[in-house]
Design a protein around this ligand. Structure first.
Ligand code: NAI
Length: 345
């Protein structure tokens, strides 16, 4: 059989450029994915869609039906950040897509890049966040004026499937330890159920050490000594918050990738948001989305293309000539992307 290196193949991928810095980082990344794939015969057909405010203004829908249909067909998407209004307005596009396609696992690797000095060299953590339950889905309503109720729904099914994902991931990837993070001393029933499910699943994986830490202590422990952790398994909201904390360990939000994974569908996106403070100024670091695209390439079975892109990106960090400002350089989004492209040649 022909190896993937020698056959011509086209991957159709739904593309959501997003808002703020989204279009800048997605255009840099799609060009790099295409350049990395071409010599190996891998082609990419992007199906682009707007979402959020822009889509509403153009088409009267925050998530166009065609976008749902495209992801439904392709089962894979690359997504830029989308601005979500604070304290009102429409529901988060991210939450809606995660719910629609049952993308129950949010996978966020926290790893140092070669050549980039940080306070915690050699860190290699995995954050696995339940992605469809808990406070984060925003089930809220006003009971009477002045009283608002927010529902935190945790189910045995949802908690078991993310725990199974975490233990399977650990087993397949030689990870040694899982910490389930919780607040079950206060949220006795909801976080208590999350923990019971994790413990039960963990019994089937005796080679993987299992421990439980309370979320507030975890934040302190992470800052004191993040090396004590290997895989962090968290309910939705805690995972959201701890992801940004851990991003700071390896150089900030400009670097950390993510994947929203379901049984047969995946949306790849950076941890960061639309960064309105730097949007449109050629200041955004495209590395986080680039690393998300590398996760996507591996998901598509394009490991050689992923390796090529990873190596080219790492060379730019080692050389330190074209780094963006968030990581101590003086270059812009385009110059960084051009430097990666040069190393792909
Ligand atoms: P943010 O992640 O957009 O920005 C936080 C800080 O990190 C800012 O100082 C920003 O300049 C910096 N930053 C973020 N990404 C960067 C990059 N690639 N390169 C260099 N610097 C970068 O968080 P913020 O400001 O709290 O949220 C802005 C908007 O993004 C909100 O509407 C929020 O709802 C949305 N958001 C969307 C997400 C998504 O679509 N996946 C995720 C997180 C937030």
């Amino acid at each position: 059989m022909d190896s993937p290196e020698r056959t011509n193949r086209t991957h159709t991928v739904t593309l959501i450029p997003g808002d703020g810095i989204g279009p800048e980082v997605t255009s840099a990344v799609t060009a790099l994915v295409e350049a990395a794939g071409a010599p190996a015969g891998a082609r990419f057909a992007w199906e682009p869609f707007s979402a959020g405010r822009e889509s509403f203004e153009k088409q009267g829908e925050y998530i166009p039906k065609e976008l749902y249909a495209s992801i439904g067909r392709n089962r894979v998407a690359l997504k830029g950040p989308v601005t979500t209004p604070v304290g009102g307005g429409f529901r988060s596009i991210n939450v809606s897509l995660r719910m629609e396609f049952e993308l129950f696992a949010n996978f966020r690797p926290i790893k140092n890049l070669p050549g980039l000095p940080t306070r915690y060299p050699g860190l290699d953590l995995i954050i696995l966040r339940e992605n469809t339950e808990g406070e984060y889905v925003g089930l809220e309503h006003e009971v009477v004026p002045g009283v608002v109720e927010s529902l935190k729904v945790i189910t045995e099914k949802g908690s078991t499937r993310i725990a199974q994902f975490a233990f399977n991931y650990a087993r397949r990837n030689g990870r040694k330890k899982i910490h389930a993070i919780h607040k079950a001393n206060i949220m006795k029933m909801s976080d208590g159920l999350f923990l019971r499910c994790a413990r039960r699943v963990g019994e089937g994986y005796p080679e993987i050490a299992y421990a439980e830490h309370i979320i507030d202590n975890t934040c302190m422990q992470l800052v004191l000594n993040p090396y004590q952790y290997d895989v962090l398994l968290l309910p939705n909201l805690y995972g959201d918050i701890v992801s940004d904390l851990c991003a700071a360990f390896v150089g900030g939000l400009g670097l950390v990738p993510g994947a929203n994974l379901g049984a047969d569908c995946a949306i790849f996106e950076a941890v960061h948001g639309s960064a309105p403070d730097i949007a449109g100024k050629d200041l955004a670091n495209p590395t986080a989305l680039l690393q998300s695209s590398i996760l996507m390439l591996r998901h598509l079975g394009e490991d050689a293309v992923a390796d090529r892109l990873q190596t080219a990106m790492e060379k730019v960090y080692v050389e330190k000539k074209a780094l963006t400002r968030d990581v101590g350089g003086a270059s812009g989004t385009k110059a960084f992307a051009a430097a990666v492209l040069e190393h792909l040649a």
